[in-house]
Design a protein around this ligand. Structure first.
Ligand SMILES: Nc1ncnc2c1ncn2[C@@H]1O[C@H](COP(=O)(O)OP(=O)(O)O)[C@@H](O)[C@H]1O
Ligand SMILES: [Mg+2]
Length: 407
């Protein structure tokens, strides 16, 4: 059956790299769910293969733990995959914390403990999550602080004695473990780094090292003996020595020296009642985490504006060219692809029509060209790629700010 015959689609819950996650209701059972819509076109453009999507679904179907999001079902049609999961009604970790008026180290410990249980379960089953970050930690229930679940298995994979090391550089730059940049292989200790980052953000509102494209600088910073440094703004919110120790051992740059998730459960900060409960971390978290979000938004806006300018310039060039053969302007079909399930042409046309304001002349126009076929082809490719980037940024910005925009 078609997904729309079974589920009614609702508002957007979140946006990711390859599509969005929307609210859904099962037309027959009335069960409320989350539907992750993964666009095949977007995946192809980002080099994601069908088997990567199928692996996310397969992994999700195998995991059954109270701190891991549960799979309900999945569907596929010509344009998209639809991964149906249980609805996390409490939203993302930091959005929820931001609503609290008091949040102490002991509350942070509760979050980290749940996360540790999720990671122990995954590691025991030979699964590495590889994308532990705030947006992937959700609350199942808005009124239950214990209902934490880890979601997004898009980068998760299996590790085993036969395959002890993984390769590639998955994950979001800010949350990536240093070994991911060294190309010597990585293992499940990347998740421990992720837990260290979350713990650091929970107690300070900051990220320990803001990692940009400069890998050399990032590696210098994390290998500095003082890393990670803790900024304690005033005596109203000091951090316990054990909280800092917990973060430090998770953020050891040598993966073998990082404890396992099970060992971390016995750390004094987690089990030894050394976490402070009198100091409120909220003002700090709010100031730092919100400031970072605002900065990201401003940066994305500038990138989007620049891309729009480039797209307009490209449109003007292409529009003043001769197209002897109208086919020359057809949407470029990716080469060397054996993934016949992808329907690039139709999906690309819909991107173009969405961006019709920017897209200038139609492909059937017959004008005088000063450009070679190759030039035109290349420019069309750049146009398509820019359009997709602008659209992605736009969708991301709008969904992340839907409250402010009142939609
Ligand atoms: N089961 C769910 N319930 C509620 N919101 C969800 C659920 N799954 C995902 N989301 C929201 O959608 C966002 C993107 O989902 P995610 O699976 O992380 O996709 P991506 O791989 O694109 O990052 C999440 O950060 C979260 O805000
Ligand atoms: Mg995600």
């Amino acid at each position: 059956m078609d997904v729309t015959q079974v589920y009614k689609f609702g508002k957007t819950l979140g946006s990711g790299s390859f599509g969005s996650v929307v609210y859904g209701v099962n037309r027959f059972t009335r069960e409320r769910v989350a539907i992750k819509i993964i666009s095949k076109v977007m995946c192809h453009r980002k080099g994601i293969k069908i088997h990567d999507i199928l692996r996310e679904i397969k992994l999700l179907s195998k995991v059954h733990h109270e701190n891991v999001i549960g799979l309900v079902d999945w569907y596929e049609d010509d344009g998209c995959f639809y991964i149906i999961t249980k609805l996390a009604k409490g939203g993302e970790l930091f959005d929820r914390i931001m609503e609290e008026s008091f949040f102490s180290e002991q509350d942070a410990v509760k979050v980290i403990t749940k996360l540790l249980h999720a990671v122990i379960y995954l590691h025991d089953h030979g699964i590495v999550h590889r994308d532990i970050k705030p947006e992937n930690i959700l609350y199942m229930n808005p009124y239950d602080n214990d209902s934490i679940v880890l979601c997004d298995f898009g980068l998760a994979t299996y590790i085993s004695p036969n395959r002890p090391k993984l390769f590639g550089t998955p994950g979001t730059p800010t949350y990536r473990a240093p070994e991911l940049f060294l190309n010597n292989g990585h293992d499940n200790k990347v998740d421990i780094w992720g837990i260290g980052i979350i713990a650091y953000i929970l107690i300070t509102g900051r990220v320990p090292v803001s990692q940009d494209s400069n890998v050399k600088r990032f590696l210098e910073l994390v290998n500095h003996p003082a890393f990670p440094t803790f900024v304690e703004p005033d005596e109203t919110s000091p951090l316990s020595a054990s909280s800092k120790d917990f973060v430090r051992i998770c953020l050891n740059t040598i993966p073998e020296k990082r404890p396992t998730a099970r060992e971390l459960l016995n750390h004094p900060w987690i089990s030894g009642h050394t976490a402070y409960n009198t100091y409120n971390l909220i003002p700090n978290i709010r100031a730092n985490f919100n400031a970072k979000k605002a900065l990201q938004l401003a940066i994305r806006k500038v990138i989007m504006e620049n891309n729009l300018k480039k797209l307009k310039a490209l449109n003007e060039e292409v529009a003043s060219a001769t197209i002897v053969n109208a086919n020359i302007l057809s949407v470029p079909v990716p080469r060397n692809s054996n993934e016949s399930l992808f329907s690039y042409k139709s999906s690309n046309s819909s991107f173009e029509s969405l961006l019709s304001g920017c897209d200038g002349r139609s492909r059937s126009s017959s004008v005088v060209s000063m450009l070679s076929m190759e030039d035109l082809d290349e420019k069309q490719r750049r146009k398509s790629s820019l359009s997709v980037h602008i659209l992605q940024d736009l969708v991301k910005t709008v969904t992340e700010n839907s409250d402010e925009l009142g939609i």
